[in-house]
Write a protein that binds this ligand. Structure first.
Ligand code: LLP
Length: 418
């Protein structure tokens, strides 16, 4: 007898022709498992968001930059952004041309900037000092700027990137000075971008910021690209029935704004968005194993191998991830209880799911952490000298394939000079 508490992966037929138990036997834990079908669906939803033809979806690779994952994203016709030379390197390896990469920088060194210019990749700078740096390196060049219209949104103060309390972008008080620098170096402002923050479920701030940006753009005559950034949220509380973003209505309203702008601007430009989370979060379940169950005074804990070196979001942002339970041999004990699912890192904050009401968890159960594909592996680390996990893809044919091996102890010992 098996017991599955799987309100999401069950109906989704997430596991294809395999199962959590089989995957754990084959690849061990912790394990990031991706479903190719769901990934492709999310790419298509974003591509079909609007009707306006000159529209590009710039996948924000910081959310998940697994090479095989990026290849699928490219096959689906998305382009990418990058914010480091490392991201560019993986994107090149995944087959993206340089004109399909948009470099959205923050505080880069002269050497980095020169290397990106050398590749012919379009750059967006987000301060006047970096605009000066670009002018010095590439006089007469094409450049984009990231603007901050004063509007921000996001699931945590740490990821709100528009408004007054953020290091990002050029504020509206600096536009005239910015024009002076563009003129001084004979630069052509070909694009403007913004990113107000990560994870909105209410589209109003995004639409407001679009209006504000479009209004500003009317004063720049040479624009080819206007990029509104990412932030499209996903329902992390899906087991409680949280609604998805209403993309149909959001897309309609975006199309109206596009049409109005093009009419007034007098010609078409390319409009872009930069979703990271929307593309990558929901196609992934992180699997871990329960190695201990205990009570400390009044609190019950399921001790797993899912430390915050594997998934840092709950610790870093107090983020919620729904949890599933898979038990190969055994039945539902029928008991429901409050329990915290914790990891194996030497800090009390190492909690992946705090005080949840769940079916009783037993030793050797497998825990599935939902929506783990965005900022999951990407933010994992070797803290406590633990090995970063492996990643597996459940292909469209339902079979599993390893797409990144687990770290080894040898990996931990690399890089020390004799
Ligand atoms: N564009 C820019 C310039 C960004 O900085 C980001 C994310 C995105 C697009 C994509 O945003 P998304 O669509 O994924 O919300 N580690 C945090 C999220 C950090 C977001 C950083 N920037 C988390 O785990 O929630």
């Amino acid at each position: 007898m098996a017991f599955y508490y799987d309100g999401y992966t069950g109906p989704q037929k997430f596991w294809g022709r395999t199962s959590p138990e089989e995957l754990v036997r084959e690849y061990g834990t912790p394990l990031y498992v991706y479903n190719e079908r769901i990934l492709r669906e999310r790419c298509r939803e974003m591509k079909n968001l609007v009707k306006y033809p000159n529209f590009a979806v710039n996948y924000s690779a910081k959310a998940n930059s697994n090479l095989h994952f990026l290849r699928i994203v490219r096959e689906e016709g998305l382009v990418v952004d990058a914010m480091s030379l490392g991201e560019i390197a993986v994107e090149e390896a995944a087959g993206f041309d340089h004109d399909h990469i948009f470099f959205i920088s923050n505080n880069m060194s002269r050497e980095e900037m020169a290397a990106v210019i050398e590749k012919g990749i379009l750059i967006s700078v987000d301060s006047l000092s970096q605009l000066e740096m670009f002018g010095g390196l590439c006089p007469g060049g094409d450049i984009c700027v990231r603007l901050n219209t004063g509007i921000g949104a996001g699931h945590s103060a740490k990821v709100v990137t528009g408004g007054h309390e953020t290091k990002f972008a050029i504020d509206l008080g600096k536009i005239e000075e910015m024009k002076g620098i563009l003129e001084k170096y004979n630069l052509r402002l070909v694009g403007v971008n913004q990113h107000i923050g990560s994870l909105f479920m209410d589209p109003e701030p995004y639409l407001e910021s679009m209006k504000a940006l479009l209004e500003l753009c009317k004063q720049f005559p040479d624009l080819k690209i206007i990029d509104f950034g990412g932030g499209f949220g996903v329902p992390y509380h899906k087991l409680d029935g949280q609604e998805r973003l209403d993309l149909a209505s959001l897309g309609r309203r975006m199309d109206e704004l596009f049409a109005e702008f093009v009419r007034e601007y007098g010609r078409e430009v390319q409009f872009k968005i930069e979703p990271g989370r929307y593309i990558s979060a929901e196609c992934c379940v992180l699997l871990g194993k329960v190695h201990a169950v205990k009570t400390v005074y009044e609190n019950k804990y399921a001790g797993t191998d899912l430390g915050f070196n594997v998934l840092v979001r709950p610790v870093m942002y107090d983020s919620w991830h729904d949890v599933e339970i898979y038990r190969e041999d055994g039945e539902d004990t029928g008991r429901r209880e409050e329990i915290s699912v914790v990891g194996n890192i030497c800090e009390s904050g190492d909690i992946i799911a705090k005080k949840r009401m769940l079916p009783e968890i037993l030793e050797n159960d497998i825990i599935g952490v939902l929506d783990a594909g965005a900022y999951g592996y990407a933010m994992s680390s070797n803290y406590n000298n633990r090995l970063r996990p492996a990643e597996v893809l459940i292909q469209e044919d339902g079979k599993a394939r390893l797409i990144r091996r687990r770290d080894t102890i040898e990996d931990l010992l690399r890089g020390f000079p004799e």
